[in-house]
Design a protein around this ligand. Structure first.
Ligand code: ZN
Ligand code: ZN
Length: 259
């Protein structure tokens, strides 16, 4: 069994370049980032994690039309993680693809309110759950603190030989919230800034890179990849300062898990 992960998008909610910004990162054509989303392939199964507002553009660029995602997992119902859901469900409708969207029940409730037409008209079923199996992989949702922005979820993939987790939006995890992450071989974490000093802690919502490196160390996770990067992260410049077991993702990057 092989799991590969392709980053469809790696930016924070505002995208890079930001509108009306002329900073160095926003002007660097090699650091264009769209809103965060992952395409996960477990053998022939294709799973989309979060449906970014940029989904259509992302899939045209990095997806495979012969492998449309039939399973969708949602970490939380913030605009930058779900706004492409209308486009995705239209795609399923026109391609006569029956698909299932999985998320914890409270996330499904919000999605049903925001996209009331999707289930009856478009054939994308929504299932409220915190656990599922795909092939031999157990997939579980775990609530995590998203700081000032409330709550989100980590998604943990556990196989006999490999365990990894995706948590794009999290901050100040409690001891209990850290538990499911122990034993991970690879952590994919959202870090909007390299070192976030300008926002008071009470108003923050996502770990910065330095804190995430510390968290991975505390959890003894040997490999970490950062995503959900704002224009304040220069992946070339800041890449010089992160430890060798850490890396920055970029749009289109693929990782084969366990290698
Ligand atoms: Zn986000
Ligand atoms: Zn969020």
């Amino acid at each position: 069994m092989t799991t590969s992960v392709t980053f469809l998008g790696t930016s924070d909610a505002q995208g890079v370049p930001r509108i009306a910004c002329s900073c160095e990162v926003c002007e660097d054509s090699q650091q264009v980032r769209t809103r965060s989303s992952l395409l996960v392939m477990i053998d022939e199964e294709t799973i989309l994690i979060d449906v970014s507002p940029d989904f259509r553009h992302q899939f045209l660029q990095y997806g495979d039309a012969k492998r449309l995602p039939t399973h969708v997992l949602i970490t939380h119902a913030h605009n930058d993680h779900i706004a492409g859901l209308g486009d995705y469900s239209d795609l399923c409708y026109w391609q006569q693809l029956s698909s299932t969207l999985y998320a914890p029940p409270e996330v499904i409730e919000t999605l049903e309110r925001r996209f009331p037409y999707i289930q009856p008209q478009r054939g994308t079923a929504m299932v409220g759950t915190r656990e599922m199996m795909m092939k031999d992989v157990s997939i579980t949702f775990h609530p995590v603190s998203h700081g000032y922005n409330g709550m989100a979820n980590a998604i943990v993939f556990t196989h006999d030989t490999f365990k990894w987790a995706y948590l794009p939006d999290s901050f100040q995890l409690t001891m209990g919230q850290k538990q499911p992450l122990y034993g991970c071989d690879h952590l994919i974490m959202g870090t909007s800034y390299y070192h976030e000093t300008h926002t008071p802690t009470a108003k923050r919502s996502v770990y910065d890179v330095q804190e995430a490196v510390e968290l991975a160390k505390e959890l003894s996770i040997p490999k970490v990849t950062f995503t959900h990067l704002s224009h304040a992260v220069d992946r070339f410049r800041d890449g010089e300062y992160i430890p060798s077991h850490a890396q920055f993702a970029y749009d289109g990057k693929t990782i084969v898990m366990g290698t």
